[in-house]
Design a protein around this ligand. Structure first.
Ligand code: NAP
Length: 301
């Protein structure tokens, strides 16, 4: 069973399980028609009865949980998984739990790890990925489509983005090859440290169009992110980039090898997410559906 089956990570978990010869129950609130072997289940995980009704008979479960779930909801979900006798649960957490434990984003994952760990014990495997490559599409696609620009306050801050397909591969491995006993919490980072400038260089090549980095102030960067994220989260993301490493010498060693999907391969597979249907063409989209600072804010704040 895959909770969050239509998300950036979940849809690759569904595909990976199908490739591994499993049948999948694909849970999300908005069901999509299933391909061969996939049963879509339109269930809101906050609805206790609906959640219980889809658990029976599952032999493994991947959970990507909404951040609003409280201790009681998590205890109920853990108890239902235990009652259903599911031998392995894989939780999508975040590297921030270890690297930035006081952040808002870490708090919900810490709560999930603690509450589910207390109930599920050795049957819980926790995966803590770092920054998803898909964040760049969410942050930059509008301004790239509009003007060929990427706005950032920290063009040289190094990050280590990971492709969701690599996270999904780790999920599928944990679901299909688990044994008895405690499961190590796994940190999942991408194959290389890259700055926004490095990533824009790759995107310029892959999307076959010029892209310019426009430096903005930290406050402008917060305002830009706050168009699609809650304000405190936008502030924390900017604060984290402000203190991020600027040279490879400052970067900690990567815990996994270099076998992960390179950024260029991710970008090539995700060109449509940047609104580039024909390489070289400049498709404009209406103001108000972009993240470009040249557009007026969607809401007055
Ligand atoms: N972005 C990053 O850099 C990063 C880094 C590390 C960790 N993470 C963590 O990764 C997670 C996000 O993963 P993602 O990008 O794959 O998520 P996503 O693309 O936003 O997908 C969320 C999935 O969950 C489903 N969903 C949401 N609320 C639900 C509910 N109440 N009941 C059932 N299904 C529900 C959604 O479908 P419906 O809307 O149809 O329900 C969708 O399938 C977050 O926990 C984040 O903290 C992110």
């Amino acid at each position: 069973m895959v909770i969050g089956a239509t998300g950036n990570v979940g849809r690759h978990v569904v595909d990976g399980l199908i490739r591994a010869g499993r049948r999948v129950r694909a849970v999300s609130r908005h069901s999509r028609s299933g391909s061969l072997g996939v049963t879509p289940c339109a269930v809101d995980i906050r609805d206790a009865d609906a959640f219980r009704s889809v658990l029976a008979g599952a032999d493994g479960i991947f959970v990507n949980l909404p951040p609003t779930l409280q201790k009681e909801d998590l205890a109920r979900i853990g108890a239902d998984i235990t009652k259903a006798g599911i031998p392995i649960t894989v939780l999508l957490s975040s590297d921030l739990v270890g690297s930035y434990p006081d952040s808002f984003m870490a708090a919900s994952h810490q709560r999930e790890e603690t509450a589910l760990g207390a109930i599920l014990g050795d049957s819980l495997a926790v995966l803590r990925p770092g920054m998803l490559m898909d964040n760049d599409a969410a942050e930059w696609s509008g301004s790239i489509r509009d003007d060929g620009n990427v706005f950032t306050a920290f063009p040289d801050a190094l990050e280590v983005p990971i492709a969701p397909v690599d996270i999904a591969a780790a999920v599928v491995a944990a679901l299909t090859t688990h044994g008895h006993g405690p499961k190590a919490t796994r940190r999942l980072l991408g194959p290389e440290w890259l700055s926004a400038r490095d990533r824009v260089t790759v995107l310029t090549k892959v999307l076959e169009r010029p892209i310019t980095i426009v430096e903005i102030s930290a406050e402008e960067h917060v305002a830009l992110l706050a168009r699609r994220l809650p304000d405190p989260i936008a502030r924390q993301k900017v604060a984290m980039r402000a203190v991020g490493p600027r040279s490879i010498a400052e970067c900690p060693d990567l815990p996994v090898g270099k076998e992960g999907t390179p950024y260029a391969a991710w970008a090539a597979a995700n060109a449509p997410a940047f609104g580039v249907s024909r390489p070289g063409s400049r498709t404009r989209i209406p103001c108000g559906t972009t993240t470009s600072p040249r557009c007026p804010p969607r809401t007055s704040r």
